[in-house]
Unconditional design. Sequence first.
Length: 141
Amino acid sequence: MFHRILHANDGSDGAGKALTAAIRLAGESRAELHMICVEEMPYFPTTIDEVVEGRAEENRRFGKVVSRANALAALQGVTLRAHVVAGHPVRDIVSFIEGHGIDLLVIGFMGHSALYGRIIGSTTERLVRLAPCTVMVVKGG
């Protein structure tokens, strides 16, 4: 059974479905449940004001995600430890897994076109490949 579960949440519908699965698994296995949200800036800011503005926008976005996740976990009697970090999603999620002894990563999958996947790849695909633990991918339906 799993002892430490990490759910990576980007605020998408797929992540919401994965959150539900992570909460259920944590409750069933009495595992420690963590959630990580990675604030990512998609471009190079030219001024400090752009950095501050981008961070404020992400904080508003992830504040709602964290509040909703805490409420869902509480309804199931599960304690959720939320972590919002700034950086690169794949690198920082893998680093969190290594640093916290995570044995299961639960992530959502939002399908893109086959062309997108071949050219760009996906965060989900890279996490499945690079995560040093078991990975559960929850597909939206």
